[in-house]
Ligand binder design. Structure first.
Ligand code: NAG
Ligand code: NAG
Ligand code: NAG
Ligand code: NAG
Ligand code: NAG
Length: 596
């Protein structure tokens, strides 16, 4: 509420202070609620009823705050304040572009500021409305088609051109074609070096840093060498199921935490470990953006939450599946596992499942989700977090000594509005209620439903509680690494990923959900600073294994990335498979020479 007032006040003052620098805001923005304004109350005489014990003339009128046009300080400046402040400065400054086509660049600049500021705070932000998006998309398409238009516009506003392409490339991919998105992005790649090597404009933000996934997913970053590993992977391309891997850019960010399947697929597609020869392949991979394709909620009609088409049968649809009954095949599930009772899981029971999920309980009501991964054949992978969200989290990550709070957890639970019923029916989520009931009012702790400044709170807490949610895994676990908050896992059936790469006991704690919360509180309060500093440092060292933006370049061979850990896990399983020469499904002695 308060910040809404503040925004209005800033806007109203714009006209007066155009030429001033730094920006001065007069009157305490916290005072202008319930219809009162600075003009109403601080003029002579003040409007009736302006003042009471809480709101005094002293507090509200004699308040000066300077706004500078300095960079955003996410830790100390509220998101909405930063939005209005930056937007204000940009409006005051020259366009820095030839205003041709008229109005286009200003419109774009304003949209880009919005997104840039939001993403700096780790929020996706809002794209402009459909009419504006369509307008910008038409311009971008004209540059792809018409060399002259392209030459002209590059001169008029290079920074605007880059932003325009970044803004609409996802839309082109979805509504036109991936090929068009690729062509548009090639123009972007032509121009970017010039813009980036020039003097950066303080008032023209770039979308580019938050779009690092775009050239990677569109296959425009060149081939990588699969971290130098020898495994050969055959990736199925089946025309009938092409829609299960489209539209790539939309699917790569939709419900972010669920999209590891998209990034893993495109990473294999641009790697030297890919083979088109089934006889060379160590493993076969059928890609599916199983939480996204066609962008519909999946399986709503049958209440199964399943996204694969009901007609899909690996024995019939995948030509190399039956040879080893699926044992040399892998599938990726970036969000939920389909339940055991699903015909897909029955058919895939010998296959390697790369999954974020280690365990789903039987629900008390609603969809049947009962499923788990098998430790000896399956691979647990971390959930996806976009690189711009990672950067935002790192900005909130404080040194141990500066963490004033002991414990943080904020998330949905059975009493959440709108979604509470889902948590109510999962027995795993009971621990959330237990956590919130105790820690809500515990001193030095911050617990409860989701809050907008969760990053700030996690970044200022020594420990982050990671209770199970609807299922055993939650993205909070991986976020804790980037926020430097020691994870305390309260999810009995959770199997953490990459156990050969990450030394989990050195950087996290996992206790039974049966533990009493006061006991847990006492235990955490006893940790010494030296110990916590070591754990904090270990988190920093391990976080590269959770960052899907790494490992896409040839020289990334020695660096860690989730792909490298996945490859190692697959390698072990492929070697095991090679030793396996099972019988084929049917056999019988030949009939020749039989006496009848
Ligand atoms: C916002 O824009 C600035 C200036 O171009 C850039 O340095 C920064 O990385 C951008 N932030 C995000 C989250 O994209
Ligand atoms: C998904 O897309 C494919 C290919 O365009 C189409 O055949 C199928 O009917 C679509 N499914 C849904 C649920 O929209
Ligand atoms: C889903 O429900 C429809 C009828 O509503 C049924 O025909 C179909 O077989 C069901 N599919 C599965 C996979 O159970
Ligand atoms: C926290 O304390 C307040 C005030 O004592 C009380 O009203 C509230 O119900 C408590 N919350 C919980 C979750 O116990
Ligand atoms: C937790 O307590 C319940 C009930 O006493 C028991 O059945 C369960 O095995 C315990 N779980 C663990 C992980 O200790």
């Amino acid at each position: 509420m308060i910040w809404v007032r503040c925004t209005l006040l800033l806007a109203a003052r714009l006209a007066i202070s155009m030429a001033e620098e730094p920006w001065i805001i007069i009157g305490n923005p916290a005072c202008w609620q319930d219809g009162y304004t600075y003009e109403d109350c601080c003029g002579k005489p003040p409007k009736w009823n302006c003042w009471d014990l809480e709101f005094t003339e002293e507090k509200c009128c004699k308040y000066l705050e300077e706004f500078s046009d300095g960079p955003i300080d996410t830790r100390n400046e509220d998101l909405d304040v930063a939005h209005s402040r930056i937007a204000m400065f940009v409006k005051q400054r020259p366009l820095e572009c030839e205003d041709d086509p008229p109005g286009l660049w200003l419109l774009l600049k304003e949209s880009v500021i919005n997104l840039n500021v939001s993403r700096t705070y780790g929020m996706p932000g809002h794209r402009p409305n459909e009419v504006v998006m369509q307008n910008i998309a038409e311009h971008v398409k004209s540059w792809v088609r018409d060399e002259q238009a392209w030459q002209k516009v590059q001169k008029a506003c290079p920074v605007g051109v880059l932003n325009a392409i970044d803004l609409v490339v996802k839309k082109l991919d979805k509504e036109d074609s991936e090929e068009l998105a690729v062509e548009a992005y090639r123009l972007h790649q032509q121009l970017a070096p010039t813009v980036l090597s020039g003097k950066p404009s303080k008032y023209w933000p770039l979308l580019l840093p938050s779009q690092e996934h775009v050239p990677k997913l569109l296959g425009l970053t060149g081939d990588h060498n699969c971290h130098g590993m020898n495994l050969k992977i055959y990736v199925y391309k089946i025309a009938k199921y092409a829609h299960m891997t489209q539209p790539v850019l939309t699917c790569s960010q939709k419900m972010g935490q669920c999209t590891a399947s998209v990034h893993i697929h495109r990473w294999f597609e641009s790697g030297s470990c890919l083979t088109a020869d089934p006889d060379q392949a160590d493993l076969f991979y059928f890609p599916a953006y199983e939480a996204c394709y066609n962008e519909t909620a999946c399986g709503l009609d049958n209440n199964t939450e399943r996204c694969y088409p009901s007609t899909f049968d690996p024995y019939l649809d995948l030509p190399h599946f039956s040879r080893r009954r699926g044992a040399d095949h892998f599938f990726v599930f970036g969000c939920n596992l389909p339940p055991f009772s699903d015909s897909l899981m029955i058919a895939m029971r010998n296959s390697i499942i790369a999954t974020v999920e280690s365990y789903q309980a039987r629900m008390r009501s609603g969809p049947e989700m009962f499923a788990w991964m098998s430790e000896w054949k399956d691979v647990v992978i971390p959930g996806y977090i976009p690189a711009w969200r990672i950067s935002a989290m790192l900005a909130f990550n404080r040194p141990v000594l500066k963490r004033a709070q002991l414990v943080a957890f904020h998330g949905h639970y059975a009493r959440s509005r709108d979604v509470g019923f889902m948590y109510d029916r999962s027995p795993l989520a009971d621990i959330r209620t237990k956590v919130i009931n105790y820690f809500w009012n515990a001193s030095g702790c911050s617990a409860g439903p989701p809050v907008r400044d969760y990053f700030r709170r996690m970044g200022a807490s020594k420990f982050c509680l990671i209770p199970a949610g609807l299922t055993a895994w939650t993205i909070h676990l991986y976020e804790a690494f980037f926020l430097g908050c020691i994870p305390v896992i309260l999810s009995d059936e959770l199997t953490p990923p990459f156990q050969r790469e990450i030394d989990w006991p050195s950087l996290s704690i996992k206790v039974s959900t049966n533990m009493s919360m006061p006991d847990l509180h006492t235990m955490l309060a006893k940790y010494r600073v030296g110990r916590m500093k070591k754990m904090h440092a270990a988190l920093a060292k391990a976080r590269c294994w959770l960052d899907y933006s790494r490992g896409w370049h040839r020289n990334d061979e020695d660096q860690c990335s989730p792909y490298k850990a996945l490859m190692s896990a697959l390698e072990i399983r492929a070697n095991r498979n090679n030793a396996l020469h099972g019988l084929s499904r049917f056999w019988a002695p030949p009939f020749e020479g039989e006496v009848s």
